[in-house]
Ligand binder design. Structure first.
Ligand code: FE2
Ligand code: FE2
Length: 185
């Protein structure tokens, strides 16, 4: 493997500073944190990479999605205020504290191969979004339905629809990125 080859795993590792000790239990509360992490750390960072690699349109998509992730966190927090206040922001706080370390890690990858980083960031984003709309939020919605909590089920369904849209946007961005690269190869 050439040293310029960037893998999806390398991108995950690049964020490892934030994940140290993170509790990844799939409880609903922890997903408020996941949403805020995506809003404040992951997607803004991906947007920065896209810009530096010379793809401002893709950068804009990452920023749009980052903003919508904030909305998901807000919708779910509202839900929890009805259910009782969850422990707040532990993982996100850790990620924000580690932001400099994350950026330094990411800058090392960017310097190696900015376009490889961007292509794999899109793949990571697609993987994250697909997992959310196909598995995580349908599970939470079904739990809410089983508990006859219609309002929670509706909120989760709204999140599912939105995450599915994100997956579509990122897939379209990846397709057009790859087509453009093939055209100039
Ligand atoms: Fe989200
Ligand atoms: Fe999303």
């Amino acid at each position: 493997m050439s040293e310029r080859t960037i893998t999806e795993d390398m991108i995950f590792e690049c964020f490892a500073a934030a994940q140290k000790g993170a509790d990844l239990q799939s409880s609903a509360e922890s997903f408020v944190d996941v949403e805020e992490y995506e809003n404040r750390v992951m997607y803004p960072e991906f947007a920065r990479w896209a810009k530096e690699a010379g793809y401002p349109e893709i950068s804009k998509i990452f920023l749009t999605v980052a903003g919508e992730e904030k909305a998901h966190a807000v919708w779910m927090r509202e839900l929890y205020q009805e259910m009782g206040e969850p422990p707040r922001g532990k993982d996100t706080a850790r990620a924000i504290a580690a932001l400099k370390e994350i950026r330094d890690n990411c800058d090392r990858l960017l310097a190696m191969n900015p376009e490889g980083v961007l292509e794999n960031a899109l793949k990571v984003a697609i993987r994250v979004e697909n997992r959310e709309w196909k598995e995580i939020y349908p599970n939470l919605r079904d739990q809410a339905i089983a508990a006859k909590n219609t309002r929670a089920a509706e909120v989760y369904q709204r999140v599912i629809d939105s995450e599915k849209q994100h997956a579509v946007w990122f897939q379209e961005a990846l397709d057009s990125y790859q087509n453009a690269r093939r055209a100039t190869a």
